[in-house]
Design a protein around this ligand. Structure first.
Ligand SMILES: C[S@@+](CC[C@H](N)C(=O)[O-])C[C@H]1O[C@@H](n2cnc3c(N)ncnc32)[C@H](O)[C@@H]1O
Length: 232
């Protein structure tokens, strides 16, 4: 049995998805007709030259912006498939994706998830949420800009990397962690739009030591599945 299908983790996730839907509904409803989903709108801000990322995200401090249950299950399955022991997440928000990932670690006997978010209030809620799910011993959340918080103290090789923060930073964050990515490590880029800082070009070029392909979930959201093959 897996801890997504029944028990405490399943109950907490169900509650959090309900809370997230209620909290983020005004954001979706406030969009002008034809604006697409809110990621597209947020994307416009993030892509703007010299974007004030802290300003963009502090305006969204009450929003979950979380993965869907389907995507969360996929994350869990990825972690199980690569037998992850150490996972890093850029952009943890209120901890929903972190719960899927930490649940996989728990079901495989343990491990460590390092998550990070700019917003101190979100990290506080993420900590409370992983505690409610009984997973606190597996998760370390760091507050601040991932370019700083992930610079050191990862503690060893990384089996899986979840990129779900400002997508203009995916390439710099990947390059920061690259020396610690195990051959075979999985990298999931949520909203890894082509325009995002050269990330897609980097991971789709096998000479850089990756094989990469878009995911069929919500294709308009630019979700990218990447495997670290190692530098040739
Ligand atoms: C899409 S949300 C993450 C959702 C989360 N992964 C989930 O599924 O529950 C993106 C998060 O990235 C955070 N973020 C954006 N830029 C960041 C940065 N430079 N460093 C750390 N966190 C950042 C934002 O505060 C926001 O909470």
């Amino acid at each position: 049995m897996d801890s997504l299908s029944s028990g405490l983790v399943a109950e907490v996730l169900e509650r959090l998805h309900r809370e997230a839907e209620a909290a983020d509904a005004p954001l979706t409803q406030a969009l002008p007709d034809g604006a697409g989903d809110y990621y597209e709108v947020i994307g416009q801000f993030i892509k703007a030259e010299n974007a004030d990322l802290r300003g963009v995200y502090s305006a969204l401090a009450g929003n979950f912006l979380n993965v869907s249950p389907q995507f969360g299950r996929f994350l869990y399955m990825c972690a199980r498939a690569c037998k992850a022991r150490r996972i890093v997440e850029f952009g943890s928000s209120m901890g929903i994706s972190a719960i899927y990932l930490a649940a996989a670690l728990r079901d495989m006997g343990g491990g460590q998830l390092i998550g990070t978010d700019l917003e101190p209030g979100k990290v506080e809620r993420a900590r409370a949420n992983v505690t409610a799910a009984g997973l606190a011993d597996l998760v370390e959340f760091r507050v601040g800009d991932a370019r700083e918080t992930l610079k050191s103290g990862i503690g060893g090789d990384i089996d899986m990397l979840m990129l779900d923060g400002a997508f203009t930073l995916y390439l710099p964050i990947l390059q920061l962690l690259e020396p610690q990515l195990k051959p075979g490590a999985l990298i999931i880029g949520e909203n890894a739009f082509q325009q995002a800082s050269g990330y897609i070009d980097h991971v789709r070029d096998p000479r850089n030591g990756y094989l990469s392909h878009p995911l069929p979930f919500d294709p308009s959201r630019g979700n990218e599945f990447t495997v670290r093959t190692g530098r040739s």
